[in-house]
Design a protein around this ligand. Sequence first.
Ligand SMILES: [Zn+2]
Length: 434
Amino acid sequence: MNRSATYPDLDFESVDRIREVQAALLRQHARRCARRSPYYRRLFRRLGADPGALTPETLHRLPATGKEDFARENEAFLAVPRERIADLVLSSGTTGAPTPVAYTERDLRRLAYNEAQAFRACGIGRGDVVLLTCTMDRCFVAGLAYFLGVRAAGAAAIRNGHGSLASHAHVIRTLRPTAVVGVPSFLRKLGEYLAGQGEPPSASSVRRLVCIGEPVRDRALEPLKLGRDLRALWKASVHSTYASSECVSTFCECGAGPGGHASPDLVLVEILDARGTPVPDGEVGEVTLTPLGVEGMPLLRFRTGDESFRVPGSCACGRQSPRLGPILGRRRQMLKVRGTTLYPQAVFAALDEIPGVGEFCLEVERDDLSDRLTVRIAERPGLDLAAIGDALQARLRVRPELTTAPEAEIRARVYDPESRKPVRVFIRPTRRTG
Ligand SMILES: [Zn+2]
């Protein structure tokens, strides 16, 4: 991948050996940050800290880097001359404009290696044909990452991007992929579409589904209805992945157990509570990553804004690498409703369990004391809003206001062509009068 060695089987070695390799890689990475990244050079100088003395155990003493820091001082994160940049993307910022992320040729090789490790963990390799249903362009890195990873894993790629259901069905029929990468709610639609055409997806060539952008498990690591539906429709193994564009890091479920494996030679994972203190395995907090060996825009302790937890214990597959649970929501989207806190994803998962509910979105009016939630559900004959309200109350201990709207109207809001996954939550501050 680069001038430093890679350790493709490190995750099968002992925890002590992993720690030893990570300590050496972290030292190298921190030194490079202090030397080449104006942002971190300033940070280390201000702290009077020696980057070469940093260890995985003392890493938490270093201040974390937020998305807002990365957006505000973007240029100061660039650690190579501009002519060394090989690819530029825009990552979704916290608020407002998306933030540029620059990768060097070596970063792209690292990305390919990371994705290949993830695909191998899913059992995808030579002889596999992988249908990519995510876009390669639009300044996203995801599609490119999967494409590079499929090839690095020795498999063949089919790039059908954001094609229609009919075009993906045609590809499945004619090119016979063995795996599909996509947003799980879309893969469910695709499965239902195929079944509706009299071609059950379980009878297709597809044996693995790699799910991006939406969770398929809950806090207890049990499959959500979305995950159960995918298994039932496709009779394929379902693997959830999580990735961060800024951190050039991917996590992927192996199939033997829940939680996405991190490649231990590529990333250090911390979970931080609201005060920024690392929490033990199993506890929910903000996913904070230190991607090792990144060259273009190297980062130390990057707070992703995503909430999850480290899955306790080791995986049945034998890998000793840390596993990341499902993304439960974004920290800034946490809802407070009369003393109960929850993420929009919990509302979506609950709605998905209720028979007869089709498309929906959630509007949130922010208030200091209690957020006001309104769920808009697509109009359908026989829709019983009172029963839906009861079901949500029972599951969430919160009763949002419910209204209906024409399906086309909701679809137009949820499937924004500017976004790579459905957007179902719309948050606005309370408009105060006077
Ligand atoms: Zn595993």
